[in-house]
Design a protein around this ligand. Structure first.
Ligand SMILES: Cc1cc2nc3c(=O)[nH]c(=O)nc-3n(C[C@H](O)[C@H](O)[C@H](O)COP(=O)(O)OP(=O)(O)OC[C@H]3O[C@@H](n4cnc5c(N)ncnc54)[C@H](O)[C@@H]3O)c2cc1C
Length: 488
């Protein structure tokens, strides 16, 4: 029986473990953390998973079609060509590489595999659909999430992996790979325990939680970025694989980072449940504007659906003076905010007049902020506003423009939310082929070494269509696990 060691118990690692076990392998999953850390970053997610679908039936095949709301859903279609185009726009329009094409092509079969294995999915009614005249109109190519969000996903994947015979070893940070004549034959943990295997799947995340690596790759300001997920993704997978000759791939100059409340606590010390932690995310900016301390706008808040801009705008805020910005909404925009916003933990001000709102914002250039707001309001007609589509309701003559959803901010009360940058995950990683095999500098596979998930380089470059990370982890996890089970 082939023996497979999987490093990391996030979505990618658990998919690799399940897949290897389904191929008849004896599997051990080595997780650096203890019980609360199982699931890694994947546990922190909303469980949203992007996949290509041709029509309603493809979606219905993955959900509980008995749910009475399903009849009222307009899912539209999200064909492979659209998923490809969404990825291409974040690679400067370049042709997709084989890994990205695999992600698109395998997205639906992989969700099918998860569903058939026992994972449940649900439409994302509250965040990806607009309810109008009794119908849910889904938008932005992101339609389903795992039941119970990230927590539900990894708990279920763990149950399935364990039921398939996989063993999970906790508090087992892998510190070295066992290499025998160019064949990776297991791993050694920090305490010196040696786990022999015929193949190893590295699925131990990126380096977003490593302040030194962030600073060296992205610049000193990134040392202070909030870490949105686990503290354990320190880049170990890169060092481990490089020690046996692996090559790096992808974009090490960018990462996925979003707007977060400035009061976001340090999750390393917090006993806060994962679902509560997500309440600090602030990504409803398409329905308002963002001002920096100089009182100026600095991005096109309506450039696209927030699924396609949110991963870039964390970095945009980090680049502003003091790494801070304020999201400003009027009462009309505030009705469209995620309910995360209007909670007691939010760094939030409210006032009956815009000038009184701006007066309260600490350190903002007040006169410039009022000039910016007046200019915005003068250039935003609000005509044709429709949050379910890219409505083309744009400002005229502003730089930067607001290209969609440009409603004037005129309805009191007015709201301001203070935000900074929170890093989600890193894009650069290991060179890996479509079989999940880790490659050396010559592009040759390293025998016995596979990788999946955040650790794979070359999947995402300058940005990210929301919900692709979990799908990418599941696609590569399933594949690398199955292939690792063939090495013996
Ligand atoms: C707040 C938040 C929300 C998100 N929402 C979504 C979403 O809705 N949809 C989506 O697609 N993506 C989302 N993402 C991105 C998503 O989390 C990642 O793309 C995905 O979880 C990566 O999965 P992974 O298995 O590669 O890594 P992880 O889930 O992070 O798992 C890596 C595991 O490896 C372990 N590990 C690290 N080092 C070692 C070592 N040396 N030895 C052993 N184990 C080790 C870690 O402890 C961890 O458990 C979100 C991320 C965050 C932080």
């Amino acid at each position: 029986m082939p023996r497979v060691a999987v490093v990391g118990s996030g979505n990618a690692g658990l998919c690799a473990a399940l897949s290897a076990a389904q191929q008849g392998a004896e599997v051990i999953v080595l997780e650096a953390g203890g019980e609360p850390d199982v699931g890694g970053n994947s546990r922190y997610t909303a469980g949203a998973m992007r996949f290509a679908y041709r029509h309603r039936d493809d979606v219905l095949a993955l959900v509980d079609a008995q749910d009475p709301r399903i009849a009222a859903c307009d899912f539209g279609a999200y064909p492979e060509a659209e998923f490809e185009a969404d990825l291409r726009r974040f690679c400067g329009g370049a042709k997709l590489n084989p890994l990205q094409r695999l992600l698109v092509r395998e997205s639906r079969p992989t969700l099918r595999w998860l569903a058939e294995s026992g994972v449940s999915f649900e439409p994302i009614y509250d965040r990806q659909a607009v309810l109008a005249e009794g119908r849910y109109r889904f938008w932005g190519g992101l339609t389903l999430a795992a039941a119970g969000e990230g927590e539900g996903l990894v708990n279920r994947e763990r149950e399935l992996a364990e039921a398939a015979g996989c063993q999970l070893a906790l508090n087992a940070p892998v510190a070295a790979l066992l290499d025998s004549k160019g064949h990776v034959r297991g791993a050694r943990t920090a305490s010196g325990a040696e786990i022999n295997a015929d193949a190893v799947v590295l699925a131990c995340g990126g380096f977003e939680a490593n302040a030194n690596l962030r600073a060296s790759q992205f610049g000193a300001a990134w040392r202070n970025a909030k870490v949105r997920g686990t503290a354990l993704n320190q880049g170990a997978g890169l060092t481990l694989a490089q020690s046996v000759g692996a090559a790096l791939a992808g974009n090490f100059e960018r990462c996925h980072a979003v707007c977060m409340d400035t009061a976001t606590p340090d999750f390393r010390d917090s006993a806060m449940p994962h679902i509560e932690r997500r309440r600090f995310r602030r990504i409803s900016y398409p329905f308002g504007i963002m001002l920096n301390q100089d009182g100026k706008r600095f991005v096109d808040e309506g450039a696209d659906f927030r699924n396609y801009t949110y991963a870039q705008y964390g970095a945009a805020v980090l680049e502003q003076p003091g790494a801070v910005a304020w999201q400003i909404f009027d009462a009309t925009g505030a009705k469209l905010l995620y309910d995360d916003y209007l909670q007691e933990l939010a760094t939030h001000w409210q006032a009956p007049r815009l000038s009184e709102l701006i007066d309260q914002l600490p350190g903002i250039d007040r006169s410039q902020a009022m000039r910016t707001l007046d200019a915005y309001n003068a250039s935003a007609s609000g005509e044709g506003f429709d949050p379910a589509i890219k409505d083309g309701c744009a400002t005229s003559g502003l730089n930067p423009p607001k290209s969609n959803w440009a409603m004037p901010l005129t309805e009191p009360p007015f709201h301001a939310f203070e935000v900074t940058c929170g890093i989600t995950f890193t894009y650069g990683g290991l060179a890996v082929d479509v079989d999940g095999r880790v490659l050396d500098e010559r592009g040759q596979p390293l025998r016995g070494l596979f990788a999946a998930g955040e650790l794979v380089g070359g999947m995402f470059f300058d940005g990210y269509p929301g919900g692709s990370g979990l799908t990418a982890g599941a696609v590569m996890g399933r594949r690398s696990g199955a292939n690792a089970a063939q090495v013996y």
